[in-house]
Design a protein around this ligand. Structure first.
Ligand code: ADP
Ligand code: MG
Length: 535
C-alpha cells in the first residue's frame, strides 16, 4: 500500500484481519488451535454435503515442536475439490470465497481458512500446504502458499501436479499453528462430537497429538437436501446491495430491474409496489419507471427504504436453506448419547428482515447425558456447533431454567436433560465474526421457544409414562413383600396346606388390583422369586 508523507495509508484486507484477528476467533493459542480445526472442518463439510456428497472427513492434530507448542492441523475431505487455478487465492487471499451467494453454507465470510493460515504464518512462519483435485479432473495439484499480508495476495512457494490414477476427489489442507493443546483439547473434542451429532451421515475420524483416535462412523445415509442459490428478497437489501444489483443488471427501467433481480417480485407485485411507492404514474400502464442506473444516492435510499416497508411481497423462499430434519437429528443424538428418550422437530420457515430461517430443536433424556442442575444445551448455526459464549446466546435465554418452567414438563433438576437448537439461515444473526453466539432477534427467539416447547411436550408424555410406571412398580413391590408371609400364615390356619396355591391366588388378586394384563402374571411370579431370593 502506498504511504503518504503525512503517514496516511490504507490497510489491505489481509492486514486488517491480521491486526484484528481476535474478531475472527484467533485471540490466543487455545482459541486459535480450536478455531483452526473448526475452519478447516467446516470447509471440508461444505465441500461435501452442500454438493450432495456423503462426507468422509479425517482430522489430524500433530505435535510438531512440543517445546514451543507448534501443532500441525491436517484435514482431508472427499468433497468437490478446488479448481487448481483458484487454489492460491482460496488459501492466500483474504475475502476470496466461492460462497458469496445466497444459500446456506457453513462458511460465508471468505475468511476462515485464511485466518488459520495467517495465524500459522505469523506464529510459526510456516506456509500452508494444499493437495486438491476436483471430480472428473485428471490431475492432482499440490501447493505450498504464504500470504503476502501487505498486498493481500498469495505467494506460491511451490506448485506441482501429477496424474491421477484413481477417481479420488477432494482436498487435504495442512497448516501449522502455535497452539495450546492441553487447553484446546476439550473444545476440540466437543466440536468433533457436536459435529458428529448433526452429521450422522458423515464419517468422521480424528487423531489427537497423543495418538488417541476417535471415529464416528456414518450411521445414516440420508443427507439433508443440498441448498439452492436464490436471488435476494426485497426486505433484506440495503443501499449498497441495491447498487451492486443495479450494476449487475441490464434493465433500463425499474419495473424490469425489480422483476429480474429479486425473488418474491413478479410482474403484478412489481407494478403494485411501484405505484404504492409513487415511482410510476398509476394512470399510465406503460410507465415502467426510470432507468435504475441513473438513480442518485437519495433516490436509491428511497427505493431501498420502500422495498423494506412494502408488505405486499411474498415471504422469502426457503430453498436456499438446508435444515437437518427430524430423522437425522434423532439418529445423531442416538449415536452419540444413547438416550432413553429423544424427540426432534423442524419448524416451518420464517423470516426476519427479509432473511429466511428455520429453527430445529430436540430434547434427549437419560442415557449417556450427565445429570446436571441445568439443561445441557448444544447449539448449532447452519450445522456448525457453537461452543463458546453460550450464556449470551438467544437459545440459552429460552431454555434457562430461571426463565423456562421445566417443571411444567415434569423435569426436575438435577436431570440428564439435553436440549439441541439448530438455526439455519442465509444470514444467521451472529454476535461478532467469531460466530459463537446468536443475537436475540425477536422472530428467532419466539420460534426457538415454540420449537423447544413442542419437543418438551413430547418429553413430558415420556416422563409421565415413566413416572406412572415407577409408581406402579413401587406399589407392586410393596404388595409383593406381603405375599409370602400372608400365604404362609393362611396356610397354617388352614392346616398347613396349599401355601403354593395361596401364593398364586394372592398374585392374581394383586395383578387385577394394579391392572396388569394377564400375560404379565408370570413377570409377577418371577419378581416374587427374586424378592424372595434377596431375603
Ligand atoms: P469461506 O469458507 O468463508 O468461503 P475460506 O477462507 O474458509 O472462506 O475458504 C475460501 C474458499 O476456498 C471457499 O469458499 C472454497 O471455495 C474454497 N475451499 C476451502 N477449503 C475447501 C475444501 N476443503 N474443499 C473445497 N473448497 C474449499
Ligand atoms: Mg470457510
Amino acid at each position: 500500500m502506498s504511504a503518504s508523507p503525512e503517514g496516511f495509508r490504507s490497510l489491505s484486507a489481509a492486514e486488517f484481519f491480521y491486526r484484528n484477528r481476535e474478531i475472527a476467533g484467533f485471540s490466543n493459542p487455545t482459541r486459535a488451535l480450536y478455531q483452526t480445526v473448526r475452519e478447516l472442518v467446516e470447509n471440508a463439510l461444505d465441500a461435501a454435503d452442500t454438493h450432495g456428497i456423503l462426507p468422509v472427513v479425517k482430522v489430524y492434530v500433530e505435535r510438531v515442536r512440543g517445546d514451543v507448542g507448534y501443532y500441525r492441523v491436517t484435514v482431508e475431505d472427499n468433497g468437490i475439490g478446488i479448481p487448481p487455478q483458484y487454489v492460491p487465492q482460496a488459501f492466500g487471499q483474504v475475502l476470496f470465497s466461492s460462497k458469496y451467494v445466497l444459500r446456506q453454507s457453513r462458511g460465508m465470510f471468505g475468511l476462515g481458512a485464511k485466518m488459520a493460515i495467517l495465524y500459522g504464518q505469523m506464529t510459526t512462519g510456516l506456509p500452508v500446504e494444499v493437495v486438491s483435485s476436483p471430480a472428473r479432473h485428471y490431475r492432482i495439484h499440490y501447493y505450498k502458499i504464504l500470504i503476502d499480508v501487505k498486498e493481500n495476495k498469495p505467494i506460491i512457494l511451490e506448485h506441482k501436479s501429477w496424474r491421477k490414477s484413481g477417481s479420488w476427489h477432494g482436498t487435504i489442507v495442512s497448516t501449522t499453528v502455535e497452539g495450546d493443546w492441553s487447553r484446546a483439547r476439550s473444545y476440540i473434542y466437543d466440536y468433533i462430537r457436536g459435529t458428529a451429532v448433526v452429521a450422522p451421515y458423515a464419517d468422521i475420524f480424528f487423531q489427537d497429538p497423543d495418538g488417541n483416535i476417535v471415529r464416528f462412523p456414518r450411521s445414516i445415509s440420508k443427507m439433508p437436501p443440498p441448498p439452492r442459490k436464490v436471488k435476494p428478497h426485497p426486505h433484506g437489501v440495503d443501499i449498497e446491495q441495491l447498487k451492486m444489483l443495479i450494476s449487475a443488471s441490464k434493465a433500463t427501467n425499474l419495473y424490469d430491474f425489480l422483476v429480474e433481480s429479486f425473488q418474491a417480485i413478479g410482474p403484478k407485485s412489481a407494478r403494485s409496489f411501484l405505484e404504492w411507492a409513487g415511482l410510476v404514474d398509476p394512470e399510465n400502464p406503460d410507465d415502467k419507471g426510470i432507468d435504475p442506473h441513473k438513480m442518485k444516492r437519495g433516490e436509491l435510499e428511497y427505493l431501498a427504504r420502500k422495498l423494506k416497508e412494502y408488505s405486499g411481497f411474498k415471504a422469502p423462499r426457503t430453498d436456499p436453506l438446508s435444515p437437518l430434519g427430524e430423522e437425522i437429528i434423532v439418529a445423531g443424538l442416538k449415536k452419540v448419547y444413547e438416550p432413553d428418550f429423544v424427540a426432534a422437530v423442524t419448524r416451518r420457515p420464517r423470516a426476519y428482515s427479509g432473511h429466511p430461517f428455520i429453527v430445529e430443536a430436540a430434547v434427549a433424556y437419560g442415557g449417556r447425558i450427565k445429570s446436571s442442575d441445568e439443561p445441557m444445551l448444544i447449539r448449532y448455526a447452519n450445522k456448525i456447533p457453537l461452543l463458546m459464549d453460550m450464556k449470551s446466546d438467544v437459545s440459552w435465554k429460552v431454555v434457562d431454567p430461571k426463565r423456562f418452567d421445566w417443571r411444567n414438563y415434569l423435569v426436575s433438576f438435577p436431570a440428564p436433560l439435553l436440549v439441541l437448537v439448530h438455526v439455519c439461515s442465509t444470514k444467521v444473526p451472529f454476535r461478532g465474526v467469531g460466530k459463537e453466539s446468536i443475537a436475540d432477534v425477536p422472530e428467532l427467539e419466539s420460534e426457538i421457544r415454540n420449537a423447544v416447547r413442542e419437543v418438551a411436550r413430547r418429553l413430558r408424555r415420556f416422563l409421565s409414562r415413566k413416572r406412572r410406571e415407577e409408581e406402579l412398580k413401587q406399589r407392586i413391590d410393596t404388595f409383593l413383600k406381603y405375599v409370602p408371609e400372608v400365604a404362609r400364615s393362611l396356610s397354617v390356619i388352614m392346616g398347613g396346606d396349599g401355601e403354593k396355591e395361596l401364593r398364586r391366588m394372592l398374585l392374581e388378586v394383586i395383578r387385577r388390583h394394579v391392572g396388569l394384563p394377564e400375560h404379565e402374571a408370570r413377570s409377577l411370579e418371577e419378581k416374587l422369586g427374586r424378592l424372595g431370593d434377596k431375603r
